[in-house]
Ligand binder design. Structure first.
Ligand code: SAH
Length: 385
């Protein structure tokens, strides 16, 4: 079947963003299902993966790198994997189309407004990246201009023109990043227009999202992911729940209606500020958020003999760490719900938890990233009696 099938995106061969464009969507899902079964099948039966009905243009966060090509023309697009060569992309098959239109217009405005793009070889120029975040449910749109210094000469007329072309833009931020390396955003930023954050709605709650806070990039699938996670938590109303690696508090806040209290812990200070604001935004008085390392926090909970009834954990790709898992086992919550974007580190961590007295009760893969080879899973664990 795949011989007669053509990748829907013309950039597939050069751009490394998608790995599975050459497979029809149902086949992609079968492949991810198989991968989840191979890596996690030893723990429990893997439920059928939850796919998308419309698996295109799902990304609410779009990043474009800017540079000059060999003919000194301004190009914007996606870095080829493992290199700093940019594949010019105007219409990405998985990115939000409005975000792509904003990026194209910004690019066309650079010469008229005398904005130079940064050239890594000579170290001259100014603009490096444009990052767009969009709330699919609210329509709000954030533009982050990433530049090597904060001097934006024609700022006012540039913004006037950009906002006239795209009235859907609700906030514009200037971010300074003068470092080499793969990190897009620097730590200094200034709000040029609007509030400096956008809002979105997920599972009936409203969330504020700042430029540097993590927010799931596929909101349609995120609702399925969170509903599954909350369902696996089987809350009755009286529980104390820990939301570890909580980001802007989305999982905890989604679960807060069915629990006594939610405690969230997260390393990124901006995300914690958003989480605290989000509890207030939703009128919730039973959610608390702290900044810090999840492992350190869990260790402290164990030392203080605090015993959450249920723990959600949703760590980055590297998975959790020994400190966290060891202390989690010491706290011995009744149920643990592990949300993971990397089945390999998930399998490693499940081995620790199953040795430590937990049994895997269910594994649900969710396709958060169609056309790429990433597999997301939610796992329900219960303490052995
Ligand atoms: N649960 C959230 C965020 C998941 S992404 C959501 O669904 O949106 C993983 C989060 O872990 C990121 O916000 C990242 O900043 C945070 N993080 C990374 N290392 C951490 C650590 N050691 N301790 C606590 N949080 C950490």
């Amino acid at each position: 079947m795949s011989q007669t099938y053509t990748a829907p995106c013309p950039h597939f061969r050069q751009c490394g963003g998608c790995q599975l464009q050459n497979l029809p969507y149902p086949q992609q899902l079968r492949r991810k299902q198989k991968q989840a079964e191979e890596l996690l099948g030893e723990f429990a039966q893997v439920l059928p993966i939850l796919g998308m009905e419309e698996p295109s243009h799902y990304r609410n966060k779009v990043h474009a790198a800017f540079a000059l090509d060999g003919r000194r023309q301004i190009v914007s697009g996606i870095y080829q994997p493992g290199s700093h060569a940019i594949v010019p992309v105007d219409n990405c098959y998985i990115e939000d189309e409005t975000a792509d239109a904003v990026i194209r217009d910004i690019r066309s405005m650079l010469r008229p407004f005398k904005i130079q793009v940064f050239d890594e070889r000579s170290g001259t120029g100014w603009l490096r990246h444009v990052l767009i975040k969009r709330g699919f449910a609210t329509g709000q749109l954030m533009v982050v201009l990433v530049a090597v210094n904060p001097i934006f000469k024609l700022q006012k007329p540039f913004l006037r023109e950009l906002l006239a072309r795209h009235p859907e833009i609700t906030t514009v931020i200037l971010n300074k990043n003068d470092r080499f390396g793969p990190v897009v955003l620097g730590t200094w930023e200034k709000v040029l227009y609007g509030e400096g954050y956008i809002e979105d709605i997920l599972c009936g709650h409203r969330f504020r999202i700042s430029s540097r806070s993590f927010y799931q990039i596929n909101p349609v699938q995120t609702e399925k992911l969170y509903r599954c996670a909350v369902d696996f938590a089987a809350l009755k109303g009286g529980e104390t729940v820990l939301d570890a690696y909580c980001g802007i508090g989305t999982i905890g806040i989604t679960a807060s209606d069915s629990a006594k209290q939610i405690i969230g812990v997260e390393l990124n200070q901006d995300a914690v500020k958003d989480a605290i604001a989000n509890a207030r935004l939703n009128g919730l008085r039973n959610c608390w958020f702290t900044a810090g390392d999840a492992g350190e926090y869990m260790e402290k909970m164990a030392a203080d003999r605090m015993r959450p009834d249920v723990v959600f954990l949703d760590p980055p790709r590297a998975g959790s760490d020994e400190r966290f898992l060891r202390s989690l086992i010491r706290c011995s919550p009744e149920r643990v719900v592990y949300v993971s974007c990397n089945p390999e580190t998930l399998a490693r961590d499940l081995r620790v938890l199953t040795k430590g007295g937990y049994a895997v009760k269910a594994i649900q893969p969710v396709d958060m990233f169609p056309f790429t080879n990433h597999v997301e899973c939610v796992v329900k664990l219960e303490r052995n009696s």
